[in-house]
Ligand binder design. Structure first.
Ligand code: SF4
Ligand code: SF4
Length: 372
């Protein structure tokens, strides 16, 4: 009698079963892409681990392992995301070689660089990172520059602590330089169907140069509300890896469902994309938060997008006393221009805030009128 051990994946729904030559073959229709010259094979759905800071350790470990059980193998975190690294460490310490872990350092000198790297490795319960990225530096780190961080990351790579080197950035000028200089294996940069032609050129140039492109803000900081459309748009770019920021099971399931039923880019999808592009053709706040904190206590990254929210989301969510109070804070603006100087998209933030406040007041008045 012959005894066979049959491995059944935990989530069998994601596999197609066929019977060939007397054997049951399980195949998975998930899209796997290669992350540029790193050669890393990753599921087209990446996991952005910024939002898991907001949930408990227990919930985060459950969510991460649920993602893993459904084929997601790329996890992006950062030293800056408080306990996100620790949560990833707790979820994957027992299967380290099965997942690809990327983290980031915001260090701008070698002392901080080594401090961050060692802390990150401890948090993640590992002795190496698959990808280590400079986290949105205001310049493009290069060999021999005065910060010394590029030379330090090369040392870490030689020591086996870092497999590949990447950079994340919100500034088009730094991103361009990173691509042109050929010093990085990957670029992490905001990209969605609302991005400019200049951004799209960066995406194309990373492909030409064999760099992996890790796509952040694929939902444009919450302005794109149709995740299927966002996924379908990015699915056209084979070297692009979106990292979806999820913090609950239903959000995760939404993206997992696209693995077996990938949304198509139909003519009606393109009409919707064009409509959104028309509405957001001018410069808009991406909600990245790099202009924060504000000395007057204004929640800039939300308040500077209020008009867009009012036109694109249910009014009841934003026409509340709580939001009215936050928007009123704009009256306290000291016009110090600190936010304007820090905005990587060169937005005239104080003016944008005023415009959003005026718009909010119109909607607020209308709400009061309707209540009479
Ligand atoms: S200009 Fe106004 S909104 Fe901007 S940082 Fe200064 S006080 Fe805050
Ligand atoms: S104003 Fe600029 S820096 Fe501030 S949240 Fe918006 S896009 Fe980011």
């Amino acid at each position: 009698m012959q005894i066979f051990t049959i491995f059944v994946p935990r989530n069998i729904d994601h596999y197609d079963v066929s019977f060939i030559n007397g054997l049951y073959i399980l195949t998975n229709s998930m899209k796997i892409i290669t992350l540029g010259r790193t050669g890393l094979k990753v599921n087209k759905n990446g996991f952005g681990a910024l939002p898991i800071q907001r949930i408990s350790m227990k919930k985060a470990v459950f969510l991460l392992q649920e993602a893993y059980d459904n084929g997601i193998n790329f996890y992006d975190t950062a030293r800056f995301y408080t306990d996100s690294e620790e949560k990833i460490g707790a979820a994957f310490a027992d299967r380290r070689d099965k997942v690809i872990i990327a983290s980031k350092t915001g260090a701008q000198n070698t002392t901080d660089f080594w401090k961050d790297l060692h802390q990150t490795l401890r948090n993640l319960k590992t002795d190496y990172l698959d990808l280590y990225q400079f986290h949105n530096p205001p310049f493009c780190p290069r060999p021999g520059d005065k910060s010394g961080i590029y030379d330090a990351i090369k040392v870490a790579q030689r020591q086996g602590k870092v497999r590949f080197i990447g950079i994340s950035n919100h500034r088009i000028s730094v991103a361009k330089e990173a691509v042109d200089k050929g010093l990085y294996d990957t670029l992490q940069y905001p990209f969605s169907y609302l991005s400019s032609s200049g951004d799209e050129k960066i995406v194309e140039n990373t492909r030409k140069r064999g760099m992996g492109f890790i796509c952040m803000k694929a939902l444009a900081g919450g302005l794109i509300t149709d995740s299927a459309l966002a996924y379908a748009f990015l699915n056209q770019f084979d070297h692009v890896l979106p990292i979806w920021g999820v913090q609950c099971k239903s959000e995760l399931e939404e993206f997992i469902s696209y693995q077996t039923n990938p949304p198509e880019l139909s003519s009606s999808s393109w009409r919707k994309i064009e409509k959104d592009r028309m509405e957001l053709a001018h410069d808009f706040c991406r909600g990245c938060g790099y202009c924060m904190p504000c000395p007057a206590g204004i929640q800039i990254c939300d308040c500077a997008r209020m008009s867009l929210f009012l036109h694109r989301a249910p009014l009841s969510v934003y026409l509340t006393e709580e939001w009215a109070e936050k928007m009123k804070k704009i009256e306290d603006c000291k016009h110090c221009n600190a936010c304007r100087e820090k905005c990587p998209y060169s937005l005239d933030t104080p003016t944008l805030l005023q415009k959003n406040y005026e718009d909010f007041k119109v909607f607020w008045k209308q709400k009061a009128k309707n209540a009479l």
